[in-house]
Design a protein around this ligand. Structure first.
Ligand code: ATP
Ligand code: MG
Length: 392
């Protein structure tokens, strides 16, 4: 019965000239998200409102699921459109709407009307009052509550009549592409997909880098990261994933540096390489899933040692989160089940049993000195042989 969705979006921060940038980006995200669902549709902007209008049958449930993943949408309403605006037609259409959408009609409602077509012979107050009266007469089990109605019944008279009453929450945030670009360090763990989701939700376009260590890590571990990138792409848009073969770098660190510093030194090389990838595409920051104190490499001292090699901002949206908070989001966005698959991660293979928890930046720099003359070529080779896969 529905043939359109009315899209509602936050108004804050999108006044003036930013408004059309925000709206255009939102419309692009909606098109991308719905392109995967059967149905012919148009996304239009009319009088400051965004609509998705269908010209064919469409899959309602999948469309709703897709719209729930479009950042920038605060809520959306499935709409019945009546091209015929004559009074008898729209009152009957309103009744038919209630009949079909609410099989159980023991609820209170309030009718709201808007008249954008100023030539329409009734004012909005009259429209609301008369439609309310009609509905009460046709369905005596309904009641009116103007203060706290269970259902807000809306009718809008524009070039057509629009009828809606259901409001489905969207994910909020800002449309992808309205707030710059960044590179996500994406591992197969629980945290980094959530970190990417959170930054993307603020409108940031992300790409990703994964450090692979074959043959120490398996094809399945890499596939897991591809799967995670694909899951979050439903929110973030297509993600270009750079796969870096990190094995020789890890082996060199293992051979030349103190074993209790391996993880920190490895993390510093990850940051350096990720920064190069970000730099090449003029991206404005890095994103990691780090959280204070979660593991030895995430103490304040370790974070400082890792951060010391970065020249662009590193965004760590989970920095103050407990693991349980992170898991809750991972479950909500659908990455948790994939993240907990038990495949090895490149970080865990070479870890010392007693890694340093309070590294000193100078000490770490000294240890890295042993890599001089070897590591530069290995980093270059890792970048040269990187594979790029678009996940969507
Ligand atoms: P996650 O659950 O995200 O894997 P973690 O708790 O396992 O995090 P670490 O292994 O210390 O923590 O990694 C910290 C962060 O470094 C990760 O959140 C991720 O952003 C990045 N990272 C770690 N390993 C890799 C990897 N193999 N490829 C890309 N990024 C990585
Ligand atoms: Mg990890």
């Amino acid at each position: 019965m529905f043939s359109a969705f009315l899209i509602k979006y936050g108004e804050i921060g999108i006044k003036g000239r930013n408004r059309h940038i925000f709206e255009d980006a939102l419309m692009d995200s909606i098109r991308f998200s719905l392109s995967k669902v059967p149905g012919d549709f148009d996304v239009t902007k009319e009088q400051g409102r965004i609509y998705v209008k269908y010209s064919s049958d469409f899959d309602y449930d999948s469309s709703v699921a897709a719209l729930k993943k479009v950042f920038g949408i605060t809520s959306f309403c499935p709409v019945v459109i009546s091209e015929d605006k004559s009074w008898d037609v729209i009152t009957k259409a309103s009744g038919d709407y209630i009949e079909e959408v609410y099989p159980d009609r023991n609820f209170s409602f309030k009718a709201f009307a808007r008249r954008a077509d100023k030539k329409y012979p009734k004012h909005s107050m009259e429209i609301a009052a008369e439609i309310g009266e009609y509905l009460l007469k046709r369905f005596p089990e309904l009641s009116v509550d103007v203060h706290h109605p269970d259902v807000s019944f809306n009718i809008e008279i524009r070039e057509c009549a629009y009828i809606y009453s259901i409001e489905i929450p969207g994910p909020g945030g800002m449309p992808i592409g309205t707030n710059g670009t960044a590179t996500l360090l994406l591992s197969g763990g629980i945290d980094s997909p959530v970190a990417g989701y959170m930054i993307a939700r603020r409108g940031v376009n992300i790409n990703a880098v994964y450090f692979d260590a074959p043959p120490y890590t398996s094809e399945r571990a890499r596939q897991k990261v591809l799967d995670l990138a694909k899951i979050i792409s439903a929110w973030c848009g297509p993600i270009e994933l750079h796969i870096i073969n990190f094995t020789d770098i890890q082996l060199a660190i293992f051979e030349h540096c103190p074993h209790d510093e391996l993880t920190i030194i490895m993390r510093r090389y990850m940051m350096r390489i990720a920064e190069k990838i970000a730099w090449d595409e003029h991206r404005m920051g890095l994103i990691t899933g780090e959280s204070i104190g979660q593991v030895a490499s995430q103490t304040m001292q370790s974070l400082r040692a890792t951060n010391a090699v970065c020249h662009i901002p590193v965004y760590r949206p989970l920095i103050g989160f407990d693991k349980n908070d992170i898991i809750e989001i991972a479950e909500k966005i659908g990455t948790f089940e994939t993240s907990i698959l038990p495949y090895e991660d490149c970080c865990t293979i070479f870890v010392d049993r007693h890694p340093v928890t309070k590294p000193n930046v100078h000490g770490i720099e000294k240890s890295e000195h042993h890599l001089k003359g070897i590591i530069e070529d290995l980093v270059e080779e890792a970048l040269r042989t990187q594979k790029v896969v678009v996940c969507e």
